[in-house]
Design a protein around this ligand. Structure first.
Ligand code: AMP
Ligand code: MN
Ligand code: MN
Ligand code: MN
Length: 292
């Protein structure tokens, strides 16, 4: 498969912190020219069968996906899994354990917000959560916009919910080794999500990439809606240095919040190996319609 394929291998539905259903995302991806799609909900694979069925009904190829929250060097890092068996029990259990602490964390976040005069944030966030096991900071952000505390979700993350600000509750997610192992043992490929987003020193970033590789991780997102265009060549070079495949995905969450739409990304730089080349056996191909 060509590196020029319009693949979008990172986005979120109501099963995590997106605002569209898997079906509506499939329709939007297809309308935007996506030929290979993956839904990658945070710490969840509950939307995978729906997403694959919706993709196939539109003639679009599909890769299973998820985005696992990991704690590495005291920082939250996201690891995308692609092409795994969506019925693998170990992966499902690992993700359920990773989701486990979210409700308690959300209650603590709401308590902190109450201290600065914002009441009812737990119930408010929960109203936005399509999946009660997956209350995320994004749902709090939507509540703070709805109640007029902030103008948009970017302002929320500048003033609240982030380190040093009210509503920030540190959390221990999965380990890097476990996340990569769950994905690999379910037959999939692990990919470092949006590496430019972590505020790592050069040494910490090097440690992330090398430990990820030692655990069997194989890919890195290069062209993503969570990177600026000037960051693409930086991580293209990292992919080459570490002998890793490159991925491409919008990280689309919502028509109102996301600046990068599904499928609306530049192509991967030409010298890279796209993840979909290594995953060609794992792609769930749309049934071919026979003419006549
Ligand atoms: P959580 O998993 O609950 O910590 O929430 C993380 C989610 O918050 C991410 O997946 C993003 O969707 C969202 N997020 C984090 N930082 C920002 C930001 N600066 N602007 C907008 N959304 C953000
Ligand atoms: Mn998110
Ligand atoms: Mn992420
Ligand atoms: Mn994401």
């Amino acid at each position: 498969m060509s590196i020029l394929l319009n693949a979008d291998l990172h986005c979120h539905s109501v099963v995590s912190d997106g605002t569209l259903t898997p079906e509506a995302l499939a329709a939007r991806a297809h309308a935007n020219g996506v030929a290979l799609w993956a839904l990658t909900d945070h710490d969840e694979i509950g939307g995978q069968h729906r997403a694959a069925a919706a993709a196939h009904a539109l003639g679009m190829d599909y890769l299973t996906g998820t985005e696992i929250s990991v704690t590495f060097a005291d920082t939250t890092v996201h690891i995308v899994g692609l092409g795994f068996d969506p019925d693998n029990a170990q992966l499902a259990q690992g993700l359920a354990a990773t989701r486990g602490g979210r409700s308690e964390r959300a209650q603590e976040m709401a308590q902190q917000l109450a201290h600065v005069g914002i009441r009812g944030a737990f119930e408010g966030a929960l109203r936005y959560a399509g999946n009660p096991e997956l209350v995320s900071r994004t749902h709090f952000a939507r509540f703070l916009v709805e109640t007029g505390v902030c103008h948009d979700t970017s302002e929320v993350f500048r003033r609240f919910l982030t380190e040093g600000n009210p509503g920030y509750v540190p959390h221990r997610w999965a380990t890097l080794g476990n996340a990569v192992r769950w994905i690999r043992e379910a037959g999939g490929m692990a990919v470092i999500a949006h590496p430019a987003r972590y505020r790592f020193t050069a040494n910490e970033e090097y440690a992330l990439f090398s430990e990820f590789k030692q655990h069997g991780g194989q890919g890195v997102e290069v062209v993503t809606g969570s990177h600026t265009p000037s960051e693409y060549p930086v991580y293209a070079a990292m992919a080459q240095e570490f002998g890793m495949a490159a991925s491409r995905g919008s990280d689309f969450h919502s028509p109102n919040e996301s600046h990068t739409d599904l499928g609306a990304l530049p192509d991967l730089p030409g010298q890279l190996t796209p993840v979909w080349e290594l995953l060609s056996d794992r792609i769930l191909r749309a049934p071919r319609t026979t003419a006549g």
